[in-house]
Write a protein that binds this ligand. Sequence first.
Ligand SMILES: Nc1nc2c(ncn2[C@@H]2O[C@H](COP(=O)(O)OP(=O)(O)O)[C@@H](O)[C@H]2O)c(=O)[nH]1
Ligand SMILES: [Mg+2]
Length: 311
Amino acid sequence: MRLSSLLRFPYDFGGREVVHWFPGHMAKGIKQMRAKLTKVDCIVEVHDARIPLSGRNPFFKEYLGIKPHLLILNKMDLADLSHQNRITSQLRKQEVGKVIYTDCIQEENIKQVVPAIVERIKCNPRFHREENPEISIMVTGIPNVGKSSLVNSLRRIHLRKGKASRVGGEPGITRSVLYKIQVSENPLIYLFDTPGVLSPHIENVETGMKLALCGTILDHLVGEDIIADYLLYTLNNYPQHRYVQHYELERPCSDIETVLKKIAQRLGKTQKVKAITGTGDVNITIPNYSAAAYDFIRAFRKGDLGRVALD
Ligand SMILES: Nc1nc2c(ncn2[C@@H]2O[C@H](COP(=O)(O)OP(=O)(O)O)[C@@H](O)[C@H]2O)c(=O)[nH]1
Ligand SMILES: [Mg+2]
């Protein structure tokens, strides 16, 4: 099969609207975040390394250049990192001064985080404080990018040192950011135990689909059938054909129904339905498309379908 016949370009988003993907309660989170961030000396923003440009909340813009900021592109194990130079120069245009790629599962590059924070604070000319200040940092970012995992990794690394301790109960700090963990002695740096959750910035449907693929938008808001279709489109377009081997298909295919049918058969996910015919009811077995879509999406998110870069 010729590759060109696999490509459906551009992807037809079918006039979908982005607004429906925005859970209303997240707007409230921004208000709370703003209050928290005023108390923080360095913002550690976590984002998904597969979408280094898409979905970051523009809320940070008002802080960039004022507060030291560090961008952590996590899940590097799932990302095709061959585009790093292009990404870095584009992020620089967005005033992102420092980027670290991490993997919180294998704890890859986590040790670079605290030294980078120290460096960010030192090189920020507007950051004037008296001698030996206590520095507070907070991990923030959109859902499911690995904020909690990063906090846990930092905690594991730094609490193991014995001297590091967990402190809390400062007046004026809300309950959700009550606990702080010491992550550095000199300078004295504390990490707020609870990450700040931001809503993703969805400027168009394509961005929304990328965010959905990475699991940062609740699947049911977008629809798993649509996510699966966009995933297949993305993999063929990339091209990243690991799914062919993973599901023991014969060849790459651009038709989602055909692919899901084969995945369902391969996984033994079928369902019996009653069909009414002229001669009476018969039970027929059909592929369970939603179970197949579920598996397809989960396999991708686990990295079983190969690495990609979506931006
Ligand atoms: N492959 C991979 N998965 C990760 C990594 N970091 C976190 N995860 C997974 O991503 C999911 C969301 O992580 P979590 O820390 O809860 O994200 P949060 O919502 O931003 O706090 C979990 O299933 C984690 O196990 C990483 O570096 N690589
Ligand atoms: Mg979390």
